[in-house]
Design a protein around this ligand. Sequence first.
Ligand code: C5P
Length: 211
Amino acid sequence: MSVIAIDGTFASGKGTLGKALAAHYGFTYLDTGKLYRAVGYAVLQAGDDPAAADKAAQAARELDIEILSDPILKSGDVAVAASKIAVHPEVRAALLEFQRDFARLKPGAVLDGRDIGTVICPNAEVKLYIDAAPEERARRRHAELTGYGEQITFETVLAQLAERDHRDKTRAEAPLIPADDAHLIDTTHLAIEAVLDAAIKIVDAVFSNRS
Ligand code: C5P
C-alpha cells in the first residue's frame, strides 16, 4: 500500500499540503481532524460535556460521515471541542478502523492528523511532520476565521492554539509527536509551493527506492 502519513500542529499547513500531495500523486486524501471535529460537534449539539468519555465515544461510534463536508466543522468552538473529545481512548478506538480502511485505498492515500505515522499507519511508506512557529500559525488561523466572518481577536486565537497544542502533545493516548522515521518540515517562512516542493522531493526519493 502507498500511504503518505502527515502529522503536525494545528494550522501548520499540513491540510493544504495533504490535498496538494494527493492531487500530485493521484491519491485519495483524508483530513482526519474532521472526524474528531464531527464528534466534537455532535457532542456540543447534544448539549453534552466533551470531557465525558462515554457520550463522546457513543457519538464517535454513531458518526455519520455525511457531516464531514459541512463547513460548520471549521468553527473555532468545534475545534476546541474536537481537541477535548480526542483525549478519550474510546473515541480514538471508534475512529481507528475507518482511518485504516481509508489508508488501504488504491492506488494510494494521504492522511493528515496527529497520530497517523505513530498509531494509525505506523508502516506508512512516507511520514511527514509539519510544524511552524505558534505566532505564524495563529496569524494564518486568525485570517481564516475572520474570512468566515467569525469575530475573534488574534490574541484569542493564539491562546486557543497554545491550549490545543498543549492538550494534543501531553495527552496519554496517541499524543502529537513526530514518528522516529518522520521527515520534518518547518513551514514558518515557506510559501505553500516551497512546502510542496520539499515534500515531493522527500516522497519521490522514497518511492524511487522501493522494490
Ligand atoms: O486537524 P484539526 O485541527 O482539524 O484537528 C482538530 C483536533 O482533533 C486536534 O486538535 C486534535 O485534538 C484532534 N485530532 C487528533 N488526531 C487526529 C486528528 C485530529 O487527535 N488524527
